[in-house]
Design a binder for this molecule. Sequence first.
Ligand SMILES: C[S@@+](CC[C@H](N)C(=O)[O-])C[C@H]1O[C@@H](n2cnc3c(N)ncnc32)[C@H](O)[C@@H]1O
Length: 191
Amino acid sequence: MIDDVAAVPPVINRIATRAAEIGFDASCDPRTGSMLRTLAANRPGGRLLELGTGPGVSTAWLLDGMDSTATLTSVELETPLVEIAREFLGDDHRLTLINADGSDALRDLATSQFDLLFADTWPGKYWDLEEALALVAPGGLYVIDDMLPQPNWPAGHGEKVDALLENLRNRSDFVITPMNWASGLVIAARR
Ligand SMILES: C[S@@+](CC[C@H](N)C(=O)[O-])C[C@H]1O[C@@H](n2cnc3c(N)ncnc32)[C@H](O)[C@@H]1O
């Protein structure tokens, strides 16, 4: 198959097993992870930000693509999930895990710039979008997934997705490609 994912980092399965033990099943699809790894590898020395660490599956994919000088800040609200990410990834000196609300983190990071922002939670995607996009450096990427309809979407979520896509499509400061890939990705580059 053309969309097979090769060389899945072994730590991903260990994180997923641990996450399942606490009933968490919302980690990113392997194809999304593979895309994130590729985009991360495209930024030697890159400054990366992730909103919504979860137990660290997407974090592990990003780290697998990053070179030794790149850095990743990842923000997660739920302490038990941060603890799983810390257990499996906390020894990686390139990673800073922040246990906080994403909106608060966006405010705290307001003077920072990032080369890649993966927004995988509510803040930075369905609210505080402008605050998140403002952190993307010129030439940097803003990446989101879960844009294709999912069986677990709450009522009314489809309208939020449509509004987000409409916003991104109509911007002059970002060039976007929506992709029918994995759960539905959007890759947006700041002009
Ligand atoms: C789709 S999951 C992230 C999955 C993760 N990226 C992975 O691949 O394992 C969304 C995450 O956002 C977190 N979350 C929800 N509200 C949040 C908020 N206000 N600030 C930060 N994180 C939040 C949830 O606890 C959940 O872990």
